[in-house]
Design a protein around this ligand. Structure first.
Ligand code: ADP
Ligand code: MG
Length: 266
């Protein structure tokens, strides 16, 4: 019990010492395998607060796995990983830290992952009520605020199946924002959308970026990466092959592998 108390004090101290100059995410030489398949082969980087990072690379190169390590949907096998001050380097993590992490780090998936049996409003208010302990009124106010932000205030009582893909994804983004996250992870948020619906989702993301949200975005939208991302990380077969200022890396790729990858997209 005493040990628990001390560790709680340390947790809150480490949060107190964390300020805006602490990187949002630090990863050093991280490795991740599934059985004998080594997916991340020792990759390193830092993501600063307010930065927008695009993660690009061919299918199967490890982009989703990297993102999933950042919010502990996967644990790493080797290396050092600290997300918003929470150390995820070790195979064990205590429940309160995991809960904290999941609150501070929002994730948006390709397939939206909305609860089909809940209305838009209920999708948005569920976690604020269950996880943050907000009252129904407080959580409905939050939900209204973020639905307004993504331009879907009038859809509060609709069910997911009544929405277009672009609207579903905007609802998914609003749902994440209701938790007041410090970091947002996007895993190919527009890949499942009809081309004419991609723009409305990217526009919401661009607005978030402009407001200073720290964002890690796995995407094949190179125009978005060039214009909105500050930096880009190009992964190939589980390694970082190139990274740097988005516009520079994407207009002047240094490696054959990135050149080939970019030319295949066109
Ligand atoms: P990307 O998102 O870049 O397409 P992923 O990170 O999803 O790539 O996958 C990288 C590799 O890891 C692929 O070969 C994939 O099949 C494999 N993989 C991903 N998740 C699992 C898992 N849970 N179990 C086994 N293999 C996995
Ligand atoms: Mg993926």
């Amino acid at each position: 019990d005493a040990i628990n108390r001390v560790s709680t004090i340390f947790d809150s101290l480490s949060l107190t010492f964390m300020n805006n100059s602490t990187p949002a995410i630090i990863f050093e030489n991280i490795e991740k395998s599934f059985g004998s398949l080594k997916v991340l082969k020792g990759i390193s980087g830092e993501i600063n607060r307010g930065e927008v990072i695009a993660v690009i690379g061919s299918s199967g190169c490890g982009k989703s796995t990297l993102l999933r390590c950042f919010n502990r949907l996967e644990s790493i096998n080797h290396g050092r990983l600290v997300v918003n001050g929470i150390d995820l380097s070790h195979p064990e993590i205590n429940y309160s830290q995991l809960r904290e992490l999941r609150t501070q780090v929002g994730m948006v998936f390709q397939q939206f992952n909305l609860f089909p049996h809940l209305s838009v409003l209920e999708n948005l208010t569920l976690s604020p009520r269950k996880v943050l302990g907000k009252t129904p009124k407080e959580s409905a106010q939050l939900a209204g605020l973020y639905l307004e932000k993504v331009g879907l205030f009038d859809k509060a009582s609709a069910y997911p199946e009544q929405l277009s893909g672009g609207q579903k994804q905007r609802v998914a983004i609003a749902r994440s924002l209701c938790m007041n996250p410090q970091i947002m992870l996007f895993d190919e948020p527009t890949s499942a959308l009809d081309p004419e619906l991609v723009g409305e989702v990217l526009q919401v993301m661009q607005q978030l970026a402009a407001e200073g949200m720290t964002m890690v975005v796995v995407t094949h939208e190179m125009q978005f990466a060039k214009e909105v991302a500050h930096r880009v990380i190009f992964l190939d077969q589980g390694l970082v092959v190139e990274q740097g200022i988005a516009h520079e890396v994407l207009t002047h790729p240094q490696s054959d592998r990135l050149r080939t990858f970019l030319s295949r997209l066109n």
